[in-house]
Design a protein around this ligand. Sequence first.
Ligand code: AHR
Length: 309
Amino acid sequence: ALALPALCAPLNALAAPLVLGFSQVGAESEWRTANTASIKAAAKEAGITLKFADAQQKQENQVKAIRSYIAQKVDVIAFSPVVESGWDTVLKEAKAAGIPVILTDRAVKVSDPSLYASFIGSDFVEEGRKAGRWLLERAARTPAAALNIVELQGTVGSAPALDRKKGFEEVIKANPRLQIIRSQSGEFTRAKGKEVMEAFLKARDRKIDVLYAHNDDMAIGAIQAIEEAGLKPGVDIAIISIDGVRGAFEAMKAGKLNVTVECNPLLGPQLMQLARDVVAGKPVEKRITVNEGVYPAEVAAKELPNRKY
Ligand code: AHR
């Protein structure tokens, strides 16, 4: 009779690859493009079959994609939720089907935390605080006068927009000279960032000293609007943004952006490991954060060649 290991080995070798259904927010920013590339490359590298859907920044498309992954009986579902709320029903459907769910990049607000296995992504509140701290320090070095801030928020209702606003406000309230005089969503895109900044500049009843953009793409769009209005971005208006994409480093090198707070999109390899562990029933951390830095314009030229996204 054949020994058991001899029988099992070829069966293992033939085991079907793990299938991961991933619903992405969209392709709204340089950050998102890098995030998608990281996930696709890591799946390939890990031998995981990836089913990928782009939701074009619409929650309804993400719900449809998740339902289709449930119907296809994938092994595990991961998604980066476009907005924070409204996920209970579809996540309960995944749970009832016995398919574990991993959140990447953005958080959800749900009634029952057991509706997802783990959440891997940045601490957006802390990113907002880092942006605020940079401004506090700069304000301490500038003569005492009001510093009027305009804010370009990310997608309405999304975790990064809510949290980056919260963290920034929490820090700047220490200095009453720092006031947000206008705040509007630029939907995390260059085009909308430019459009909203144009409107801010047109309505300039008060001088604009600082722009706080919730991502680099909106800051880059706004830089164009500022230049078209005959002003010098980074000089006449100090600009703070978040992500740390290559485009931001180039803008800093050109003296048009003052600082970017890093938000790492290269989550693919960790996500694949997490997917394997969750499917294998191993215990995983409920919250996995990422270490990130702050890059002011002064270090941009030196850091640019090292940037991976
Ligand atoms: O959720 C991460 C954010 O989404 C990034 O900061 C932004 O660029 C993207 O669109």
